[in-house]
Design a protein around this ligand. Structure first.
Ligand code: ADP
Length: 454
């Protein structure tokens, strides 16, 4: 009520002024009622004039954009102006806050890895994020307010949307490519619908891979098991001579070994997948690894090949010794197993210009046709299945090599030509390669430094 006092004061001033004018008029005319009338009218007119001027100023401010403050009059009009200004500012602030929250909300949905599409009751697009636009081949700006069924014409999608039964997600081929989408529809508000889309291509591929893997493992184990159970039955039902018995037992041992190799390769793969990345500062001497691998390869070859497997590299590799050993050994044994008698197998080492190191296993074997090369590292992929099994292969060797190289930040590269032989290259990143003499020098320098400190 702060405005009341100024208003009363103004009324008092108007009354005084009216009184003065009334007195003046009565004096001039000598008529009492005329003086009274003039006095009252001029007092009221004065009040009205002041109100009109202030009211007009306030109206002008209201008609504008209200960027500036409302007129700061004293009394009632000032108070009214101030209150309106505060209400307007509060409303503006609430609108700005609302807009900001909406923008944050939309950018959070925009960042979602899922497609989000909002439809009104007429199936028109109200809003969609970029992922949904990509999934349904839409333009987020141009296609707003368009009926979704005019733009996404896949019959399964249209039927699902119009059926109104959204309990089960719809699985749909992605319009843009060979991918697959899982689409979930939810109703909200008055007839509005939210369409969520998720690209499940990768998931389906992984599931298929897992199914294939289980089928492959079962197949690989079933074959030796069938052979073994056949032999067991034979031994049960037929009287065998000592020689026959020996032969059967040898064959049974071979099958058991085959299963053992398979299980140990499977374990190696699962260990590679589950264990942390190899430390970058555990150095393993390459020459020592090659010595051990060469001894096994010589036993496997039994003099049937010319082997040059021990280049003096004087190099150390940073990584896990057992993994590095298994990667190189897999390549060398493959070369020996697939190269016909009389062929050559060689291991070479060289430092590349960028500091990385390349270990190559080269053979003069049958070579591999171009179309097989990209698939060699798939689990159980074999070019020559019978040769692989005959020589104790599991079809997992090269996928183990690939995993080991990936974990060490390196790469497996294959060059091969049918009839000419193959070259399998392991490229190790520079950070994981050092000359053994460097480390010796480093150790010596550290020793000297330690001496001089004492
Ligand atoms: P496997 O246990 O069958 O040898 P790998 O994963 O080690 O499995 O190799 C996959 C396939 O690649 C082999 O079955 C074979 O057909 C082919 N392969 C691998 N190394 C050589 C090689 N040095 N020469 C020719 N073919 C090879």
């Amino acid at each position: 009520m702060t405005w009341l006092l100024p208003r009363l004061l103004m009324a008092l001033v108007a009354a005084l002024l009216g009184f003065a004018i009334g007195v003046a008029v009565r004096k001039a005319t000598g008529v009492d009622s005329l003086g009274l009338g003039f006095g009252v009218v001029s007092g009221v007119v004065l009040m009205m004039l002041v109100d009109a001027v202030r009211g007009h100023r306030l109206l002008n401010w209201l008609r504008g954009n209200q960027f500036e403050n409302a007129p700061r009059d004293t009394g009632l009009w000032g108070e009214v102006g101030y209150r309106i200004e505060r209400a307007v500012r509060d409303r503006d602030r609430a609108v700005t806050r609302g807009q900001l929250e909406l923008e944050q909300f939309l950018s959070a949905i925009e960042a979602s890895p899922n497609g989000v599409l909002m439809l009104d009751a007429q199936e028109q697009i109200v809003w969609c994020n970029r992922v949904a636009a990509d999934h349904f081949s839409l333009d987020p700006q141009r296609d707003l307010r368009q009926r979704i069924t005019n733009l996404v014409r896949a019959p399964a999608f249209v039927a699902h949307l119009q059926a109104g039964r959204y309990a089960e997600p719809l699985v749909l081929g992605n319009g843009r490519g060979p991918g697959t989408l899982s689409i979930v529809v939810r109703e909200y508000g008055e007839g509005m619908r939210l369409v969520l889309s998720l690209d499940i291509t990768e998931r389906l591929r992984n599931e298929a891979m897992r199914r294939d893997f289980v089928a492959n493992v079962s197949h690989e184990i079933r074959t030796p098991l069938t052979v073994l159970s056949g032999f067991i039955e034979t031994m049960h039902s037929l009287p065998l001579t000592a020689v026959e018995r020996e032969r059967v037992l040898t064959l049974m041992t071979q099958q058991t070994q085959r299963m053992q190799t398979l299980v140990s390769d499977l374990l190696a793969l699962s260990q590679l997948e589950g264990s942390p990345r190899p430390a970058p500062d555990r150095w393993v001497g390459l020459d020592g690894l090659l010595q051990r691998i060469a001894a096994d390869a010589e036993a496997l070859s039994a003099g049937r090949h010319t082997l040059r497997l021990k280049p003096a590299t004087n190099v150390e590799l940073a990584g896990i010794e057992s993994e590095l050993l298994s990667a190189i050994a897999n390549l060398v044994t493959n070369a020996v197993r697939y190269t016909p008698d009389g062929g050559d197998v060689e291991v070479t080492w060289r430092l590349l210009e960028d500091g990385s190191g390349e270990l190559a296993v080269v053979d003069t074997g049958p070579g591999i046709a171009r179309e097989h090369i990209p698939r060699l590292t798939e689990r159980f992929y074999r070019v020559d299945g019978s040769r692989s099994r005959e020589t104790g292969g599991t079809g997992l060797g090269l996928s183990i090599v690939k995993h080991v190289m990936q974990r060490h930040g390196g790469e497996l590269m294959v060059q091969s030509e049918v009839g000419k032989g193959s070259r399998f290259r392991l490229v190790f990143p520079g950070a994981r390669v050092r000359q053994a003499s460097d480390s010796a020098l480093g150790d010596e320098a550290a020793f000297n430094a330690a001496l001089s400190e004492h």
